[in-house]
Design a protein around this ligand. Structure first.
Ligand code: PRP
Ligand code: URA
Length: 209
């Protein structure tokens, strides 16, 4: 569990409550997901390496520190992960964005892959995988396997709502990956939905149900 970081902050608790509410409309849901992703990005980038640089202020010269954001890759898992991308790009505008398309088969709950486009030199990059929901863990475990097959070694996973089942499965499949989550909910129901959760993140983000 030392790889699991639960972000605890009153502002985040407030926004997460609004995100969960079934009375939140699609427009507000999108805005909230972006705002929450900023908090996650702030925590998940805490250990990024910085490069020393020369800096002139209006008064004097000093040493500055810059993040090599061209060596950062953000990989949302489609669809719902897309809702988190802008939040991360606010902090790291030069980051490259890869995409992995997966959906859960409703019967088996197994991930089905339909898209994979990752940055060419992902091997050297710090990778931030995004998906708001960590349920059984099948989708993100499969996505991370694909990212590792492309050669990436430094991978962090950012989600908004997780549950014990998903955390356990992901830690077992990829013990090297750091997990950042806003909350660990109670459990999965028999249809594989997180309780209390927020429902189907993709449908709420895009208004498809
Ligand atoms: C949701 C969610 C995750 C996945 C989590 O996507 O965004 O990708 O389920 O479930 P798991 O941990 O049990 O794999 P979904 O399959 O509904 O696809 P969508 O984003 O296209 O709606
Ligand atoms: N996917 C979602 O969007 N929500 C859940 O609760 C579980 C999987």
């Amino acid at each position: 569990m030392d790889k699991v970081h639960v972000i605890d902050h009153p502002l985040l608790k407030h926004k997460l409550t609004l995100l969960r509410s079934k009375f939140t409309d699609v427009h507000s849901f999108r805005e909230l997901m972006q705002e929450i992703s900023l908090f996650l990005a702030y925590e998940a980038t805490r250990t990024l390496p910085v490069e020393e640089t020369y800096c002139e202020t209006p008064l004097t010269k000093t040493t500055g520190y810059l993040i090599s954001s061209h060596l950062i890759s953000i990989v949302p898992i489609l669809r719902a992960g897309l809702g988190m991308v802008e939040g991360l790009l606010k902090f790291m505008p030069m980051a490259k964005v890869g995409h992995i398309g997966l959906y859960r088969d409703h019967e088996t709950l197994q991930p089905v892959q339909y898209y994979n486009k990752l940055p060419q030199n992902i091997k050297q990059m710090e990778v931030f995988v995004l998906d708001p929901m960590l349920a059984t863990g099948g989708s993100v475990a499969a996505a991370i396997s694909m990212i590792k097959e492309a050669g990436a070694k430094k991978i962090r996973f950012l989600c908004i709502v997780s549950c014990p089942e998903g955390i356990k499965a992901l830690c077992e499949a990829h013990p090297d990956v750091e997990i950042f989550t806003c909350v660990i909910d109670s459990h999965l129901n028999k249809e594989g939905y997180i309780l209390p959760g927020l429902g189907d993140a993709g449908d709420r983000l895009y208004g498809t149900k």
